[in-house]
Ligand binder design. Structure first.
Ligand code: FAD
Ligand code: NAP
Length: 510
């Protein structure tokens, strides 16, 4: 059956397809992908389905703390996967507390063992590393555990861990080298901190932890550390979740505060000192009071953004242009760089969302355009995303601020509701921050521009609505849809109070 499906697809893509083992002409490969992460693996596997000679180079430089991992890139090893599993592990702590109210006899206080969780998560990640290797083999993609650098426009030098060098040539080259966590410059003692490249691979509990930063990585990591019972603080120098709807972002941090994460607002680190006890003394400046404050922690985690992996590729030898400010590769709508046979996808490409599904889809579509007859471009508009904080925040489309900026306040209608998930009722959990906001145009049928949801399983809720936005759904269409009861998602279908009306938006009954 699988063979039949493959055959049909080859037929469907025309005469250039279905030529497995096709000679790559004067080059070693038809396609060489540098970076075996979300985008690179997807692109190389898809290209190989067309019978092209494909290789993927993947090499992991250990973190400054010496953490290393296997094939699959950031998402699999030090991103989405271990993060979501640890987030889930932390949420189970809430479930245990709720369970008592439902009659489960659990002797409190319950204890969490970091080592058990970390070991289980790491084993799962290792199984995924293996799975990726097998898939590459099955699909006849040559996997090379080499670090790639350009020698000229069509030649890559691959270097192994032992320093052995190999020259590889390819007709087309895809750059998919992703990014790595930034460390701050000019902060003495910054090297004592760890990053998201290390946290998931710690064998022992990080203990009392300070997470510095205010975006996805910082909030998510501080969230699950708090959830597993660790004394966790978050240091935010400006605003949380820059670029997101700020009303929603503040509800997320409000919940985190009530959940037990200490937040140092408007503070910026000055120095880290290692004490004789091994603890880290952090000195920071409170930007509001201009006063220096200090406290000791077992672990300090930097979550201050990520730098694209473009500096060591010798891209100048291939004529690939970078944005000097961001260090990212400048790309066109077809992911092409300034060198016509070199493409860039995923986190290293300028202006793209730094998300796994966009890297994967961009990689697959690029392979279809290169080796099939497709002309379909990646559509980066209205990409849904979720921040996996203790109370999750999922969204798609425009924030309220962005909609107002683009269309003007008078042209925007905001529907909103504070709701209480049924799951919170018997457990008597505080639902103050469970909130939904839908941003619409005000005219006619009120096209939906953005949807924002804070609550349980926000990613699962938002995913389906993303289709609605792609199809230009309107408020009237949504309001004519019947909800599924009892769910939190049905509260989206029931939205009927506008912000403009000033009416109380609290949902009081089912
Ligand atoms: P990567 O997956 O980073 O892969 C690049 C690969 O190239 C790496 O293996 C790297 O070692 C290798 N490489 C680099 N240079 C070379 C070289 N010269 N030669 C050979 N190999 C090289 N996204 C989501 O959608 N959902 C989430 O929940 C989510 N959570 C995240 C949590 C964290 C903590 C982080 C850090 C990221 C998260 N992301 C999430 C983002 C997601 O992981 C990235 O957007 C995605 O992995 C980018 O894929 P990529 O193919 O561009 O690069
Ligand atoms: P980011 O979105 O680039 O944000 C960097 C954060 O660090 C900002 O809050 C910034 O504050 C702060 N910061 C920067 N320099 C600082 C300094 N010197 N001192 C203190 N704070 C500093 O970075 P990120 O959280 O690493 O995320 C990177 C990308 O990974 C995201 O864009 C996202 O696409 C992806 N990701 C996705 C998920 C998911 O899908 N759930 C999860 C994790 C990561 P200012 O705002 O003040 O500049």
């Amino acid at each position: 059956m699988a063979a039949l499906r493959l055959w049909s697809r080859r037929r469907a893509v025309g005469p250039r397809a279905g030529v497995r083992g096709l000679a790559a002409g004067r080059h070693d490969y038809d396609l060489l992908v540098i970076g075996g992460g979300s985008g690179g693996l997807a692109c190389s596997k898809e290209a190989a389905q067309y019978g092209r000679k494909v290789a993927v180079l993947d090499y992991v430089e250990p973190s400054p703390k010496g953490t290393r991992w296997g094939l699959g890139g950031t998402c699999v090893n030090v991103g989405c996967i271990p993060k979501k599993l640890m987030h889930h592990g932390a949420l189970l702590g809430n479930a245990i507390k709720d369970a008592k109210k439902y009659g489960w006899d659990i002797s409190l206080p319950v204890r969490h063992d970091w080592g058990v969780m970390a070991n289980a998560v790491q084993n799962h990640v290792k199984s995924l590393n293996w799975g990726h290797l097998v898939q590459l083999q099955d699909k006849k993609v040559k996997y090379l555990n080499l670090k790639g650098v350009f020698v000229d426009q069509h030649t890559i030098q691959g270097e192994s861990k032992k320093g052995e060098k190999t020259l590889l040539t390819a007709k087309n080259i895809v750059l998919a080298t992703g990014g790595r966590p930034r460390y701050p410059v000019n902060i003495p003692g910054a090297e004592f901190g760890i990053s998201s490249d290390d946290i998931f691979w710690l064998r022992d509990s990080p203990g009392k932890t300070l997470v510095i930063g205010a975006s996805y990585v910082a909030l998510e990591c501080a969230g699950f550390l708090t959830g597993v019972g660790l004394d966790t603080s978050l240091m935010i120098r400006s605003i949380p979740l820059r670029g997101f709807d700020q009303q929603m972002a503040h509800l997320v941090t409000d919940y985190m505060t009530s959940y037990g994460t200490r937040i140092f607002w408007k503070c910026t680190p000055v120095k880290i000192e290692k004490m004789n006890s091994g603890k880290l003394q952090v000195i920071w400046k409170n930007l509001a009071s201009d006063i220096e404050e200090r406290e000791s922690f077992d672990t300090v985690m930097w979550a201050i953004g990520r730098a694209p992996e473009t500096q060591n590729l010798c891209l100048d030898k291939a004529g690939v242009r970078l944005n000097p400010e961001t260090g990212k590769v400048i790309v066109g709508a077809g992911e092409e760089t300034s060198a016509s046979h070199i493409y860039a996808i995923g986190d290293i490409a300028e202006g793209r969302p730094e998300l796994t599904p966009t890297a994967i889809k961009a990689g697959k579509l690029l392979a279809h355009r290169l080796f099939g007859r497709s002309t379909q471009l990646m559509d980066y508009d209205n990409v849904a995303t979720t921040v996996f904080t203790p109370l999750e925040y999922g969204c798609v489309g425009l924030s309220e601020e962005e909609a107002v900026r683009r269309y003007g306040e008078d042209s925007i209608e905001i529907y909103h509701a504070y709701y209480k998930p049924l799951e919170f009722m018997v457990a008597e959990r505080d639902a103050t921050q469970c909130y939904i906001k839908m941003v619409c145009l005000r005219e006619d049928d009120q096209r939906i521009l953005g949807l924002h949801f804070i609550g349980l399983n926000a990613g699962e809720v938002i995913q389906g609505f993303a289709l609605g936005l792609k199809c230009n759904a309107t408020y009237s269409q949504l309001a004519s849809t019947v909800g599924i009861h009892p769910t939190s998602a049905e509260e989206v279908n029931k939205l009927n109070i506008t912000k403009r009306s000033g009416l109380d938006a609290t949902v009081t009954s089912c």
